[in-house]
Design a binder for this molecule. Sequence first.
Ligand code: VGL
Ligand code: ZN
Length: 250
Amino acid sequence: MTDSEFRPALLVIDMQEDFCPPSGALAVASGRDIIPLINRLLALPTIPLKIATKDWHPPNHVSFAANHPLDDGLPPSSSSSSPSSSSDANPHPKPTKRPFLDTTVIANPRNPSERYTTRLWPVHCVQHTPGASLVPELDVSRVQHVIEKGTSPDVEMYSAFCPPLRDPKVSDSGLAALLRENGTTHVYVVGLAGDYCVRSTAEDAVREGFVAYVVEEATKAVDPGLWEDVKKEMEEKGVRVVSVDGPEVR
Ligand code: VGL
Ligand code: ZN
């Protein structure tokens, strides 16, 4: 392979307070520990393009368990749901579904039979809140572009490229076009969470025609117990999971 065929980009996914201990609303265990390594990657002069993403939800986002009344008439898809309180502000909150479970949502309000299953989460990364800010230790001075995703209230969006089902209601994030404008051939995906946004972004990168690496030490999973399986599934889709200590990769 000639040098002209290797133009890498670094994609730093969702390094935000809400995904980090000690106080993030959806803290990923050890999520803060990967910041020094990500800063080392950000400092590499051999990577010409560095992009960070932010999960950037409106308060009424579909992925928040607190936005799903228990009695919405839609079947839960996993486990049983029991009431959870939603907000301190309301003295009589309507019981809502619990976070960390899958639920059925209506994809198209004009056609309620169009449904899909998605995982519910605690309220996190609400636009303009402290929890949505990038962690201050991250060396953002090296980042040329910040991409916001998950901004449409009724669409969950793990991938930094575009929503699942390529929903026509939601505009593409512009990431693929940005990479192409820069002549990018290979992407290195790092950040949080390994089993959700990092994974979806890397898989979409392959679909978009890029060579995609996930740097294993530079990510952490919401569910570390499933990480080995997630890695296999990513690799089956053409993502290359690599180690910073491994052989030099191209
Ligand atoms: C993410 C769950 C919900 C992520 C975002 O960044 O991996 N996970 N929203
Ligand atoms: Zn989110």
